[in-house]
Design a protein around this ligand. Structure first.
Ligand code: HEC
Ligand code: HEC
Length: 259
């Protein structure tokens, strides 16, 4: 005891104490943490393949065990949905640094994407990939979806999902070519500057309603060129400009004939 008391004032004492406390907290957490829900459904073979793919393609930025680095965030607990979204839209593996990871043709095929998702899901519980039922637009209510979209999404993505610019060189993309699954996954995981819309903010049904609404937008508005989704004002403007040109042309022609 005496020896311990003497060392209490040692310069390294706070550091040692801190390390001991951290170890204790970590140990308690490891003992009581809920086991990841999806780990059970993915096969160990998938997880192993995913781990190898991860080390070859992702570890340089996200760290050898996905714990995060100065360049890229930790992926522990982001869930299979985040990986499926990021990899299937080609955002990951990210090619170069920028204000936002751009979507590009995917580099991984479906099996590789699934394996990567299984590996990351095995590191910590997070949002799972939704089932086909959860994202089926025919089971959603497009009118409800429109109301939800206008309040939660339109300020960034435009009222019909055509996309728009944000500050600092960032942009909210058009949602016209996004798969149903990725619409759901984007809401669940909040990629880049987009906020997360968990079930407390928009329920699973609400998410399906939004998918139904966006699917309707996809089919296009009734007739005409969308003109970048600017809507009837833009179309009216063109009618105005062309109509006026025809009338002026007509007036000039009549004037020229009579003189
Ligand atoms: C604060 C602005 C903002 C809000 C609000 C927002 N988003 Fe986004 N969203 C973004 C940005 C920015 C991206 C691109 C992120 C990236 O590339 O990393 C994005 C990406 C997406 C994508 C992926 C598109 C693709 O094709 O890759 C979908 C789908 C999406 N958002 C849907 C929604 C829905 C649905 C809502 C409302 C529930 C919503 N967003 C609300 C900014 C926003
Ligand atoms: C060149 C560096 C780089 C490489 C390589 C890379 N990433 Fe990323 N990753 C990033 C950065 C930076 C972000 C944060 C981007 C953002 O927020 O828009 C990110 C974000 C992510 C996210 C979103 C995390 C979240 O919180 O939702 C996932 C998932 C992800 N990466 C998976 C992968 C996978 C899987 C690979 C390999 C196939 C990979 N990344 C390769 C740099 C990289």
């Amino acid at each position: 005891m005496k020896a311990l008391a003497a060392r209490r004032h040692h310069r390294a004492a706070p550091v040692v104490l801190l390390l001991m406390a951290l170890l204790a907290v970590g140990g308690v957490y490891a003992a009581f943490a809920p086991s990841p829900a999806q780990a059970a459904t993915a096969s160990t073979a998938d997880i192993e393949t995913g781990k190898k793919l991860f080390q070859a393609n992702c570890a340089t930025c996200h760290g050898p065990s996905a714990e995060g680095t100065d360049i890229a965030p930790s992926l522990v607990g982001v869930g299979a949905a985040a990986v499926d979204f990021q990899v299937s839209t080609g955002r990951m593996p990210m090619a170069m640094d920028g204000p936002q990871a751009p979507a590009k043709p995917p580099q991984m095929n479906e099996e590789q994407t699934a394996a990567l998702a299984a590996y990351v899901a095995s590191l910590g519980a997070g949002p799972a990939i939704p089932t086909d039922d959860q994202v089926d637009p025919t089971q959603g209510d497009a009118a409800e979806g429109m109301a939800l979209f206008r309040t939660n999404c339109a300020m960034c993505h435009n009222a019909v999902g055509a996309g728009g610019a944000l500050s600092s060189g960032k942009a909210a993309p058009s949602l016209m070519n996004t798969s149903d699954r990725n619409i759901f996954q984007a809401m669940e995981t909040g990629p880049g500057p987009m906020p997360v819309f968990n079930d407390a903010v928009i329920t699973a049904e609400g998410k399906r309603d939004i998918i139904a609404f966006l699917t309707e937008q996809d089919k296009g508005s009734a007739g005409g060129n969308p003109l970048g989704g600017l809507g009837p004002v833009a179309e009216g403007l063109w009618a105005w400009v062309l109509g006026l040109a025809v009338m002026i042309g007509g007036a000039v022609w009549i004037g020229a004939k009579s003189s």
